[in-house]
Design a protein around this ligand. Sequence first.
Ligand code: FAD
Length: 474
Amino acid sequence: MKNHIVWLRNDLRIHANPALSAACSRPDARVTALFIATPGQWRAHDMSPRQADFLYRNLIELRRALADRGIPLHYHQCDDYDAAAAWLADFCRQRQADALFYNYQYEYNERLRDRAVEQALDGHVICQGFDDGVLLPPGSVTTGDGDMYKVFTPFRAAFIRRLRTEDPHCLPAPARRDATPLDPIGELEPFDYPRRETEGYPAGEEAALSRLRDFCHERLQGYSLGRNQPALDATSRLSAYLTLGILSPVQCYNRLRTACPIVLDQADSGAFSWLNELIWRDFYRHIMVFYPDVCRHRPFVAWTRHVAWRRDESLLTAWQQGRTGFPIVDAAMRQLNETGWMHNRLRMICASFLVKDLLIDWREGERYFMRRLIDGDLSANNGGWQWAASTGTDAAPYFRIFNPATQGRRFDEQGRFIRRWLPELASVPDKFLHEPYIWPLAEQTGLDYPRPIVDHGQARQTALAAYQAAKAQS
Ligand code: FAD
């Protein structure tokens, strides 16, 4: 009898899982699933306690779903990736494994770890990796010269051409097997990540699939109009599920095709607009593979490394706590701190504010987001931050500087979002909500809200000068 081990990482699902399907392809093989937690590896990036809790709850669901199919999930904790690679090689030997299956992770450290495992097992155990967590594999959408596109629009055009021919499909969950004796379903211990529970994120594939179905059924049509309005519940809120692989983008695409069979031809539809976001997600992943420096948090545009960032703890803290005196920024930061999620438009506004208004290094913001987000994901987060900081590929030009008050008026015109998160502004009339400090009655009514920590006009000039000076140095 063959002994197959499937090593699950950011692919915590039994449906549409290429590695799991391959491991189960021989009905006579004994299949063991494995998850290795490495909390020490995360010290540098600080996985958010909300994401850690979501991971834990999803592991429990996964363990149950696998057990229903006759596949035991073996859980182990190591300190970091080096320890995990060594332990895994031993585990495979002890279990007399014939083959190890896994879906690729595209981040730099994860790829190094996988290479170490492959080397340790070379000649003893067959290692088979699969593309997953993307709609199309990195390297499959390139320019005529085989290079990665650096600009999104031509990448998307090539991506869609390829989607038409590839038409990615979902693999079914493996059939139930009875050959494997189950390990007892015990605790997932130890699990040494700080954890914090988050409401509104039920664990498990069923929850993810049902959220996907509901979104496609109820909100897809209105997505292009509503997606920039943070007061509306117009987006899918699937990011946390996609990040941990409880759901795959291929499943999203297939559900999208069911809801809107002509999605690829309908560039003005809500469905296309949602697909566009999934393609952005792939774009940043493909970029990460071609330019692994992204994983070392280096700017993509070389001259921007000369920008003289300001070191100011009090400004950074005010931004982190949502006490900048700019209501749209403060409301968004409080949404992040209290829920672990922030609306995309607000991520752009808050990132731009930190980098351009406060002139604080974008890596401070990137790190803070990772420590707070339930959907924290290296490539999407880095891509978003480098876009806002004008240091990334196909980023906002450095002279594009959001005016927070104008952004607030434009995307939260009636202030519904701001009022939800900043109850201290309840008495401020709509007209002054985006700039409460100019409300003539602010002082008289004892408004308990900070004055702006910077003057936007001056901050804009300072940022422009800093970027221009950096450019001149290169
Ligand atoms: P929807 O609007 O329903 O979009 C569907 C899916 O597409 C999302 O779940 C997400 O997986 C993907 N997606 C959407 N927009 C983007 C985008 N701009 N870039 C890449 N993928 C996208 N997304 C993360 O998943 N993790 C992060 O850590 C992260 N950090 C960000 C930081 C900044 C500064 C910015 C500007 C954006 C960041 N994003 C991140 C992208 C985006 O804000 C979130 O994916 C989105 O808000 C999640 O909400 P949703 O699931 O309702 O998205």
